[in-house]
Design a protein around this ligand. Structure first.
Ligand code: ASP
Length: 346
């Protein structure tokens, strides 16, 4: 999308959803309670940027739900219906930021950016990271195109896909551990984008009125049996993510449970508890070879939270039941890593 008036201010909409960036002391602990205007007022705004604030919700993101994420998706789409909007910043708690950002990325078909940011330190902290992250996010939202949904944090620009929270407390809280580095960096007023994220074609949009399907996550570990997997089925799960060991391995008992679930029409994906690297069909005896033969889909390089989002989006799509496995495979496909530099530099 070409700007008709190149010198006009960049118009950014800030959608505020809560998180630590909006958190204040509540007497016993911190919780989100400041509105978007207050959060914005804590930061400098880059030259040439005008910001309109939309207060969508005000929650700690551990309280995120699919209904809220779909409300965020609708708000983003309504905002981008205005051709005068140049980009969007979403402030979000860091705990589930990777899930909301990835969900929006799966549907995002607009050249204008949606940039997620947040903070590890609360609003007003003397050494807070929120103001810097906000400034950077506004700068990215006002200057990039065709990169999909991004996460801007601690001077780095990450693709939504693959990016996870890697630090509970440190400021450099996000990374894609399977990629060679972030897609870009910020510093001294510059946005330096090094590569475009590899993204599948956008989904057309969640099917209206289909309801929110239950999708559960079950982890494999020493001693594990499929009791919790079967409890998920009994609770009505229409999708299950098995967080396997290694490159996607479990036990013969899990393979039987997966096969039975798939026969019942449940969509099963396999991710891994290992922080980095792709899932791979290597082992039999309950390994990924057998789980795939039982009908499960390996999650590429996506970890549990984003794999669950891919399963959810597949179930919310108009894909016929027989086509869902193919749709899910397309959504989790490991992106080609086009970067050449950076693991050493990161
Ligand atoms: N508890 C916070 C949340 O809303 C953590 C954060 O924002 O960093 O996710």
């Amino acid at each position: 999308m070409e700007r008709i008036r190149p010198d006009a201010p960049r118009r950014i909409t800030l959608i505020s959803t809560g998180g630590t960036i909006a958190s204040r002391w509540q007497g016993t602990g911190y919780a989100a309670d400041a509105g978007g205007d207050t959060v914005l007022a804590s930061a400098a705004v880059p030259d040439g940027v005008e910001v309109k604030v939309v207060d969508l919700f005000n929650i700690n993101s551990s309280q995120m739900t699919t209904e809220r994420q779909l409300a965020l998706l609708r708000t983003v789409r309504e905002t981008l219906a205005d051709p005068d909007v140049d980009g969007i910043v979403v402030t979000h708690g860091t705990d589930t930021l990777e899930e909301s950002a990835f969900l929006l990325d799966l549907y995002h078909d607009d050249p204008r950016p949606v940039v997620f940011t947040g903070a590890q330190k609360p609003l007003g902290a003397a050494d807070g990271d929120g103001p810097g992250n906000m400034y950077d996010a506004l700068q990215v939202a006002g200057s990039v195109r065709d990169l999909g949904v991004l996460v801007v944090f601690d001077g780095k620009v990450h693709a939504a896909r693959g990016t996870v929270k890697t630090q509970t407390l440190a400021a450099d809280a996000f990374a894609d551990p399977s990629a060679a580095g972030p897609v870009g960096r910020l510093g001294f007023g510059r946005v330096d984008i090094r590569r475009a994220p590899d993204r599948p074609a956008a989904l057309p949009g969640p099917v209206a009125d289909s309801g929110v399907p239950r999708v559960d996550v079950v982890m494999h570990h020493s001693d594990a049996d499929p009791a919790l997997f079967e409890a998920a089925l009994a609770a009505g799960a229409r999708g299950i993510v098995l967080v396997a060991t290694g490159a996607g391995n479990a036990t013969p008992a899990f393979v039987d449970a997966v096969a039975a679930a798939v026969r019942r029409g449940v969509l099963v994906a396999v991710s891994t508890r290992v922080p980095a690297g792709p899932l791979a069909e290597i082992y039999t005896g309950g390994g990924a070879v057998d789980l795939v033969a039982a009908g499960a889909v390996l999650s590429g390089t996506l970890r549990a939270g984003q794999t669950r989002v891919a399963v959810l989006a597949t179930l919310l799509s108009d894909a016929a039941p027989a086509a869902r496995t193919d749709t899910l495979r397309r959504l989790v496909a490991a992106p080609a890593d086009t970067s050449t530099d950076e693991r050493a530099a990161a």
